[in-house]
Write a protein that binds this ligand. Structure first.
Ligand code: ATP
Length: 328
């Protein structure tokens, strides 16, 4: 292997820069050149790229976002787009491409595979943690801490005004962030897709624990942490419907993109560094169409095509405990 490409794709995640850095430093130590593509797969299709040397990745380990920029790339959903992307890789004589992103980005890599002679490896970079084949994704730990920082502040004002707050966190299809942040902030209630999506006006399961808590426990504030898309119209609509139903003012707070930003926490920097290095080493061993992940502290390869199976579950023990405590 003489030359490899790297790109960041899909939702950006804290630690993507640490991963780019690790790839570049590891490759340089093994005398492999690295070409970075900008704006996700768009950089491949538009030929937007630059050589990455160790000095380009100096002091980026602590930076959020991605120096390569990230983007969605609708063009890759067409065969033409995939052929063009592969054509760029051949033209630049790249022996392999590393894709840092979520399972969508890995599907993008697989779409290129039939037209590309080189190797393709994925690195799990997404705050959602919804990628099979790794215990944690790069960015997940930081997203939890960012959410916690915000929710702890919301607790102060909720307590002072004796209000009910609904805090909406990211996680379209999974409750990893909602459950982890909800547990860690001591949320009174957690709503996540794994418990079933709520229909408009279907408020019983939400109201029961609130009334119970107020009557029995004399709570002065009540925080519901919910994953996005669990109620039609989101937390704002749920807060309005709840206020009307129980006659207590409920406020919604959508954390949104704050969760994607910020300096990566130590765990994400370490994971990103380990997986970036491991991916380059595995490329040299001939790995192809695999994702570099970490399970039980051990780096390993996992088939790219299985990363989006949705087999990784949120912690059933903590979910069950939360349910018991909320309803007890
Ligand atoms: P996150 O979940 O953190 O947003 P992701 O990598 O899952 O990250 P997506 O928006 O699902 O984000 O995918 C990123 C890009 O991957 C898409 O914009 C598209 O270019 C490419 N991609 C996704 N699915 C496919 C597919 N089936 N075929 C070809 N390309 C795809």
């Amino acid at each position: 292997i003489k030359r490899i490409g790297v790109l960041t794709s899909g939702g950006d995640a804290p630690g993507m820069n640490a991963c780019i850095r690790s790839v570049v430093l590891t490759a340089a130590a093994k005398e492999i050149e690295v070409v970075g593509f900008s704006h996700g797969f768009n950089g491949l299709i538009d030929g937007e790229h630059r050589t990455l040397l160790p000095y380009h990745v100096q002091h980026i380990i602590q930076l959020g976002g991605t120096i390569l920029k990230s983007a969605r790339c609708p063009a890759l959903h067409t065969e033409d787009g995939a052929r063009t992307a592969a054509g760029t890789l051949h033209q630049l004589q790249l022996d392999a491409l590393l894709v840092i992103g979520g399972d969508g980005s890995f599907r993008g890599a697989m779409a290129i595979a039939p037209f590309y002679k080189g190797q393709l490896i994925g690195l799990p970079g997404t705050i959602d943690n919804d990628v099979d084949g790794t215990d944690a994704t790069i960015g997940y730990a930081t997203a939890i801490d960012t959410a916690l920082d915000a929710i702890d502040k919301i607790r102060d004002t909720a307590d002072a005004f004796e209000r009910i707050f609904l805090v909406e966190l990211m996680g379209r299809h999974s409750g990893f962030i909602a459950l982890s942040a909800g547990i860690a902030c001591g949320a009174e209630q957690i709503i996540c897709p794994e418990l079933g999506l709520l229909k408009k006006g279907q408020l019983d399961s939400v109201i029961r624990p609130i009334q119970h808590a107020q009557l029995i426990k004399g709570k002065s504030s009540y925080i519901i942490v919910m994953a996005e898309h669990c109620y039609p119209g989101g937390s704002t609509a749920l807060a309005a419907d709840l206020s009307e139903a129980i006659g207590i003012e409920c406020r919604a707070c959508v954390l949104g993109h704050i969760q994607r930003g910020g300096s990566p926490v130590g765990a994400d920097r370490i994971l990103a560094t380990k997986l970036g290095a491991y991916a380059v080493e595995q490329l040299m061993q001939g790995a192809h169409l695999m994702m570099a992940g970490e399970v039980n502290h051990q780096a390993g390869l996992f088939p790219l095509e299985l990363t989006g199976e949705g087999k990784k579950n949120i912690d059933p023990y903590l979910l069950n405990w939360q349910q018991q405590v909320a309803n007890d």
